[in-house]
Design a protein around this ligand. Structure first.
Ligand code: NAD
Length: 372
């Protein structure tokens, strides 16, 4: 059941290995990449407690010595204090230029550790072992690394591609249902932005893969990674097409800011709601069929995850305030809001040509349903 997706980025090319049981094989898969048999692992406390022993055991069996640092779990870790602690810890481990660092966790660990590797001794290599669905289908591939600032999310960082990604789909079994479904928002995003047949497949297989069907999980991760890789190879540093990956994200970032990046809304949940809103906006602008936004919401309803503003607990700001928050998104160019809209399911495009009033009306209607 193992699959490989190659990311052909010239001298920075790498493989993403996908399938159950990869963690047990990590040692022998990593060994060929090492200049000396020694690695430093950074994980979070939750993933570390569950899976670090398996990883270290596999490394040991391959004759590789390892040391590990466990950071607190959660988005709050992705800032300067834990970042500088990580860099200092890696220096204490005497990581050399040709050594590799292992990022073992969800997107928070992958982003922070990738950035630490990018700046340590002006750049050391790193390996991603993503453990959340979101990290396997999105954040571990493509080389965007970084941390948050008090001025906003992901504002400090670097492009730094991993040398190898090991996505063990069996490890997803210990995620909470909510974290798993949040990651599913990103899986669905790929179908919506560029592959109608994949979205159709998800409409049938989504509930099965959520219930644990391993073959379906492997297929969904593989197709998502393939699509991400294709887009990243076309546009590594986001000068154009890579922005398509932000389908739903302009709405999502405004909602995440409005809810204070708290437990009220996880990133992937915001992406799912944002995708539904992007399709609603596309339908209002006459770009796609009226049925498309309902189809997106119906699928999210079947998966049992958030799909509307009314699914977010607590009060939300007004439509105007949400519009202002959307204007602070880092994807804004020359003050113009950029949206990813769709001509239909599987056919997204980037545009700055969106009347503010139509966006406000979509938000207002969604907010009106909150009290209903
Ligand atoms: P996360 O890393 O916080 O993981 C979510 C939770 O799941 C955490 O509590 C973690 O401890 C737990 N967890 C992870 N794997 C587990 C496992 N196998 N078993 C049990 N618990 C497990 O968050 P995330 O959703 O993985 O990633 C979100 C982050 O990714 C955000 O910071 C976002 O900005 C970033 N991101 C980056 C990119 C990129 O291209 N670099 C793309 C999308 C998102």
């Amino acid at each position: 059941m193992l699959e490989t997706v190659h990311v052909p980025l010239d001298s920075r090319a790498y493989n993403v290995e996908i399938g159950p049981g990869l963690l047990e094989q990590a040692g022998r898969r990593i060994a060929p990449f090492l200049a000396r048999p020694k690695v430093s692992i950074v994980t979070d406390e939750t993933v570390g407690a569950l899976h670090l022993a398996t990883l270290q055991d596999s490394l040991r069996r391959a004759g590789i010595e390892s040391t590990a640092l466990s950071l607190p779990a959660g988005e709050a870790t992705k800032g300067w204090p834990e970042f500088s602690r990580t860099v200092d810890w890696l220096l204490e481990q005497k990581v050399e230029r040709r050594d590799l660092v292992i990022a073992f966790g969800g997107g928070v660990i992958g982003d922070l550790v990738g950035f630490a590797a990018a700046v340590l001794r002006r750049g050391v290599g790193f390996i991603q072992i993503p453990t959340s669905l979101l990290a396997q289908v999105d954040s571990s591939v493509g080389g965007k690394t970084g941390i948050n600032s008090v001025h906003g999310k992901n504002l400090i960082g670097a492009f730094h591609q991993p040398r190898l990604v090991l996505a063990d789909t069996a490890i997803l079994g210990t995620l909470t249902e909510r974290d798993f479904l949040a990651g599913y928002g990103e899986v669905m995003k790929y179908g919506l932005l560029g592959d109608a047949a994949f979205f159709e497949w998800l409409e049938t297989m989504g509930p099965k893969l959520a219930a644990g069907d391993m073959a379906a999980r492997v297929s969904a991760v593989r197709r998502s990674v393939e699509m991400k890789a294709e887009i990243v190879v076309r546009d590594e540093t986001e000068q154009g097409d890579r922005a398509l990956l932000n389908l739903g994200h302009t709405f999502c970032h405004a909602l995440e800011t409005a809810t204070g990046y708290s437990d009220r809304l996880l990133h992937g949940e915001g992406v799912a709601i944002g995708c539904a809103l992007a399709f609603e906006l596309s339908a209002r602008l006459g770009l796609c069929a009226q049925e498309d936004p309902s189809r997106v919401r119906a699928h999210l309803a079947e998966m049992g995850t958030k799909r509307d503003l009314r699914d977010i607990p607590g009060d939300l700001p007004s439509a105007d305030d949400l519009l202002t928050l959307m204007g602070q998104d880092k994807k804004v160019l020359d003050g113009q809001l950029r949206f990813i809209l769709a001509r239909g399911i599987g056919d997204a495009f980037v545009t700055s040509d969106v009347p503010r009033d139509t966006v406000r009306a979509v938000l207002q209607d969604a907010l009106d349903q909150c009290g209903a």
